[in-house]
Write a protein that binds this ligand. Structure first.
Ligand SMILES: [Cu+2]
Length: 237
């Protein structure tokens, strides 16, 4: 639609966060540039004791610079279905981000030979010490108060799409290391973090993907190969 209806002829960008580590480089990353990027941090808001403080958070308020400074987010916090207009917020956590978005952490993920361990390693655990690259991008940008740290409202921050495009690039990089095998390798819990399958079973290649609004119902099997999805990556890890 961007190409056909809006005349867009550029690429779909991704955020290679490994380039923005160590922590001393994070806040000055070009992705947060206020002219050429997505704008940066919000001003520091002291943490409320009832909130789960992301280690080393530095912001929390409304994004004040860049193209999204006047953006209104309608959803959130969390699973609320009520319209709730608010500003776009960021709460950058450089030390946390750099710890979990490093080349070393990425290497741990890519080392696995089956998808189940690849995905489980990419997700990490539920404590701040036990995160991994997925959480690294979310809480490194969203901290305690930014939308990126909210599992429901995070897609409201345009940076979300850059982070998830890169996670897709990580997955494709991993698949390309043994493509014939890995185009068919799928597992993992249906319910998030339910590694012991206490709440539901594992996904399979037949698992349905409903894109509702986009009127496109497929199964996981149909999206294992990015070739038929008509895109590729300029560089793989
Ligand atoms: Cu995510």
């Amino acid at each position: 639609m961007l190409r056909d209806e809006c005349g867009y002829h550029g690429a779909q960008p991704y955020w290679d966060w490994t380039l923005d580590t160590p922590a001393s480089k994070f806040i000055d990353s070009p992705i947060f540039d206020s002219v050429y990027g997505f704008g940066g941090n919000g001003p520091l808001i002291p943490v409320n004791a009832s909130n789960n403080e992301v280690p080393g958070r530095t912001g929390g308020g409304c994004v004040k610079h860049g193209p999204f400074r006047n953006m209104t987010v309608h959803l959130g916090p969390f699973a609320s279905l009520e319209r709730n207009d608010q500003c776009l917020k960021r709460d950058l956590a450089p030390e946390y981000a750099a710890k979990f978005l490093s080349h070393d952490k990425l290497a741990e993920v890519l080392l696995h030979s089956d998808y189940g361990w690849f995905a489980r390693t990419l997700e990490g655990g539920t404590s701040w010490d036990d995160s991994q690259i997925h959480a690294g991008g979310h809480f490194g940008v969203g901290g305690t108060y930014g939308q990126m740290g909210d599992p429901f409202a995070s897609p409201a921050d345009p940076i979300f799409w850059m982070h998830h495009a890169n996670l897709d690039r990580v997955w494709w990089s991993w698949q390309k290391k043994d493509l014939a095998e890995r185009l068919r390798d799928m597992s993992g819990p249906i319910v998030i973090q339910d590694w012991s399958n206490a709440q539901a079973g594992n996904v399979t290649l037949e698992f349905p993907l409903s894109l509702g609004y986009n009127n496109w119902d497929k199964t996981i099997k149909d999206v294992m190969d990015i070739g038929p999805l008509c895109y590729s990556y300029d560089e793989l890890y």
